[in-house]
Design a protein around this ligand. Sequence first.
Ligand code: ADP
Ligand code: ASP
Ligand code: MG
Length: 827
Amino acid sequence: MNWTVHKFGGSSLADADCFRRVAGIVRDQPAGNLGVVVSAVGGVTDMLFDLIERASRQQPVDDAMGALRRRHGELATDLLGEDAAAPFMEQFETDLNDIRRILEALALVKATSRRSQDMVSGFGELWSARLLSALLAVPGNSREDVLFLDARDVLLVEPGEMGPVVVWGKTRENLGAALSADFSGVVVITGYIARNPDGLQTTLGRNGSDYSASIFAALLAADAVHIWTDVDGVMSGDPRRVPEATVIDEISYNEAMELAYFGARVIHPQTMAPAVSHEIPIRIRSTFNPEHPGSRIITSPGRPATVVKGISGIDGVALVNLEGAGMIGVPGTADRLFGALRDAGISVMLISQGSSEHSICFAVPEESADLVKTVVEDAFALELAQAQVQKVGITRGCGVLAVVGDGMAGTPGVAARFFGTLGKAGINVRAIAQGASERNISAVISSADMTRALRTVHASFYLSAKTVSIGLIGPGSVGGVLLDQMAGEVARLREDFNLDLRVRGLGGSRRMVLDDRRVDLNDWRSALERGSEMELARFVDHVQADHLPHTVLVDCTADPGIAAQYADWLKRGIHVITPNKRAHSDSMGYYRELKAICRNANSHFLYETTVGAGLPVIKTLRDLVETGDDIASISGIFSGTLAYLCNVFDATRPFSEIVRDARAQGYTEPDPRDDLSGMDVARKAVILAREAGLELELADIEVESLVPGELSSDAVASVDEFLDRLADFDASMAERFRAAEREDRVLRYVAEVDLSTGKASVSLQTCSRGHPFAGISLTDNVVQFVTRRYRDNPLIVRGPGAGPDVTAAGIFADILRLCSMLGTNHA
Ligand code: ADP
Ligand code: ASP
Ligand code: MG
């Protein structure tokens, strides 16, 4: 019969439900013999190491042992019932007594030893394997015979360079004795533990149950090893540190080994060796999501989508630097150095040597830093005394960051991107190494930078270059409609254009919502209601995340205070998109500053909707300027509200009544004077004038306000009173209308920018009926460009220029325009 080996890690055996889930998975396997290798119950190995530590410091251990007893007692009763739990607990007490004796000895010598750790730390696997085999033996839980196999009776290992090495001959012989050749059913095997040539209990090192699984798979000539854990597979980065990590479908043994070696705890690096020599594929899968196909670790995977398969990091590293002129050209220096370290049992994680041979730098586990210093100083005592070697420098608090992928060999640019990304993120690289296989590049950095480094490097290799972290400020009428529009489109944009728009922050005037991944756009209103108090600085820090390549803040307010932040944001590399006119129409100095930052800082500022809402006004103007046309004048109707009032007013009804009506229908600002004053139109004129190259301040514009001086908001606070008193001026408005009518003209509120004189004005004018400004409907805006190329027949942009729908769509278009400007690299 064929064998398949399944290994369940501690995270898959954390509680009774987990055990039942595992039993279910075992029961659901297709016909064939099963080897089921188990880790200790989640956290138990750590508890056992802690016991050893306590005993050696002569601290009390009873509470900790009580906790172990409680954990296993509860599990046994829950899974097996009181009666069947009894024999399990009896054996458990015997084991605890054995452990207590070892701990007493440790307390006497006040020290831990590798040997005592090996003796104690492996008990967890014995307990979990006994529990699982008892659970599987409960009728109905397994189809076949269930056998408990204590790996100490079979697996013989001896110490090797990389860790324990299997003595295959003797082990095979032992297995033959323990398991009859015609066995058929399920064998539950203790992971992690083994026996050494002295006959003592030992272990395969932390996370060693993975290695146990592949050893037993080789012994049983299994078709496959399935490593069941708490993640869906080997991921492009540790999901606990890299939120964007994705499952790697296929990965080579070599890649998996490098990733594991550089800290990807999901699999033990030595797991690969027995599987490779017997060509047994390994699958990494989740017990919590068994339908997911997981990752396949095989000899030669298909063509990868990305050159870099995964990114990993190890903390707790010290960097050692040996420096001195006396090493230049002296043969055998490295040999002596690493020989001494090997003799002291120190494993060196990474080596980097300058070609001048003036220094050698290497990384070791931090806990061996003191020992390393002594060993190296001893080995080079003579050179140190003669000042041929200056010093042995040790830098603690480091970590090794590595990118791994078979496809890196012969692909230029990977290192450039790796180090370029670290550089842009301001992360200092202390040492660099590249494996000769070109399968990995690693860098020693400060531990404090590790998570940020993992995220930025991951983003630069993995994410769609068009992944954008979006923060929207002001989800009011325009902002709210924009969110609703985006809700309907983001999925399609991701699928069709690989464009990943993630709204990760929403900030209202009082509340904000921050989400690590994305705010649910179908439910943003209630999310905002539940949100926390708005704090702009925290909002911006959150939206600009390390792990996402691009950040954009969309300001849908009309708040000058927010506009004043743009300079800071743009300097930080944050793109800004806004319909808020303030930044562009306040001082020319600020305008110039913003333009200068954008030129230097790699950030973009888009504001198409500041004039004409969704109409392509600024784009058209910019195209004209950039293609070398000369602008003679820009004029038009820039206010949907004033366009509407002029359209409707025919002197049959008083002007003040029309204003009151328009306000009731939502066509005006809450205080209609904001529209009637002409200041909004003047700001738009400033924006266009500056865009055309004119240095103009708002104060330079001649503004004819339709608010009589004595009714200004300074003089009359209440809007109602203003509307009442506006009636006093109805007669003069009616007269202006009739005067125009007599000449067959109409009244229009027009903005004009004359580029030759540098003058601009906004005022109520009359236009002939055939004029392009006359024949507009409702809230249409119209912008007319007279240029060298469009002299006799001006270029006209016309259409609805106000309202939440078209404004929101214009902002959305700016977001997409921004995406088309983003490079393929991390910017
Ligand atoms: P088990 O108890 O099943 O042996 P471990 O905790 O030892 O599980 O390993 C699984 C954990 O490994 C995951 O929860 C994850 O946090 C971590 N991990 C680190 N790097 C990776 C990676 N590249 N892919 C997947 N998981 C990783
Ligand atoms: N239980 C051991 C550990 O926690 C072995 C394993 O789980 O793989 O390291
Ligand atoms: Mg593990």
